[in-house]
Design a protein around this ligand. Structure first.
Ligand code: SAM
Ligand code: SF4
Length: 333
């Protein structure tokens, strides 16, 4: 099936859905959740598998071809593989990706491979077991490393997501670059954003994308810029001779909004047309009050036709002028 092309009001094609399947998580990453966790949604408030399947089918008919499942931690949702099977069978969805912390992932890797998963993003902010515990408040480093090695062994394309945190994991930046020496993986360094459930940690972001790049370039003066794939949020580089590559994501500075092809749906079915907005449409309630597919499609089209130009505009338009304070776990990264 050839998908129609969907555009927003700034003539940006939209083809990528990031779908959060749960707000729950088994880690407590410093940059994402407060130590005591967040108030989780009652299960009945989450989209059911049937609702998710209906939504993905609807969006695929409108032009979405790529889906990423995220969370919270996707593998905390019961029967996740059942959902993955359903979504990968939706006509028009040509690539399915997954973002996971890797703690519970290992037993499912061969099934993911068999289902043709396009890639897995694995969150890993440090290669030091003790520091992993300090950052995530859980002792799960070995499980994550095991998942990493199994993904590579199964030849599933892997991107490591490492959030750069002032005073926490700066000493890990270069070891993470070194991980690309013998492994054909991509390590992406992400600017820390204020989505931690509590509000911004710092008045000013110290480790900007520019600072991360100059820090790495100082250690690797021959670092080469390589091509950025279409709609890439990362600026990509390679150490000559290394198998893998690295990327730097200006998630806080928002330099990539001009080519943004993404929409997000939270675990409770709220549409976000920008990471920095506070939700523009409650799709779950439309479904649960009996709206037809056509009616929902019209509401979606309206939302896509009113997308903010960039993350700064989206932040300004937040209702009640609330600054960003929600946890990334509720949004889905
Ligand atoms: N639990 C899964 C995981 O950690 O990979 C998926 C959900 S997590 C919210 C998705 C991504 O968001 C992770 O790679 C994480 O590093 C990133 N993230 C979470 N909070 C962030 C923040 N405040 N700033 C930048 N990235 C963040
Ligand atoms: Fe959980 Fe992922 Fe947030 Fe860490 S980043 S607390 S693993 S949802």
């Amino acid at each position: 099936m050839k998908s129609p092309q969907l555009y927003d009001n700034h003539n940006r094609p939209l083809n990528y859905l990031r779908l959060s399947v749960t707000d729950r998580c088994n880690l407590r990453c410093f940059y994402c959740m407060p130590e005591e966790g967040i108030r989780y949604l009652p299960k009945k408030e989450l989209l059911s598998f049937e609702e998710i399947e209906r939504l993905v089918t609807l969006l695929a008919g409108m032009g979405i071809t790529k889906v990423r499942l995220t969370g919270g931690e996707p593998f905390v949702r019961t029967d996740l593989m059942k959902l993955i099977r359903k979504i990968s069978a939706v006509p028009g969805i040509t690539c399915l990706h997954l973002t996971t912390n890797g703690v519970l992932t290992a037993p499912y890797i061969s099934d993911l491979k068999a289902l043709g998963i396009a890639s897995v993003n694995l969150s890993l902010d440090t290669l030091n077991r003790e520091r992993f515990k300090q950052i995530t408040l859980r002792d799960a480093f070995d499980s994550v490393m095991n998942t990493l090695e199994l993904l590579i062994e199964n030849q599933i394309p892997v991107k490591i997501n490492a959030v750069v945190m002032d005073g926490k994991n700066i000493d890990d930046i270069l070891p993470l670059v070194e991980l690309t020496k013998h492994r054909d993986i991509s390590v992406r360094f992400i600017e820390e954003m204020p989505f931690n459930g509590e509000g911004a940690h710092y008045p000013v972001l110290t480790w900007t994308h520019r600072k991360i790049l100059s820090y790495i370039t100082e250690a690797y003066p021959t670092l080469q810029k390589i091509n950025d794939p279409d709609n890439s949020t990362a600026s990509n580089y390679k150490v000559p001779g290394y198998h893998g590559d690295i990327g730097i994501i200006a998630a806080f500075s928002r330099t990539f909004c001009g080519t943004c092809n993404r929409i997000r749906v939270t675990a409770q079915g709220i549409l976000k047309t920008c990471l920095y907005d506070d939700g523009v449409l409650n799709i779950r309630d439309l479904m649960r009050t009996g709206c037809s597919d056509d009616q929902i499609e019209q509401k979606l089209m309206h939302a896509f036709a009113h997308r903010p130009k960039n993350g700064f505009e989206a932040e300004q338009q937040r209702t009640a002028n609330t600054p960003v304070h929600e946890s990334m776990s509720t949004i889905g990264g």
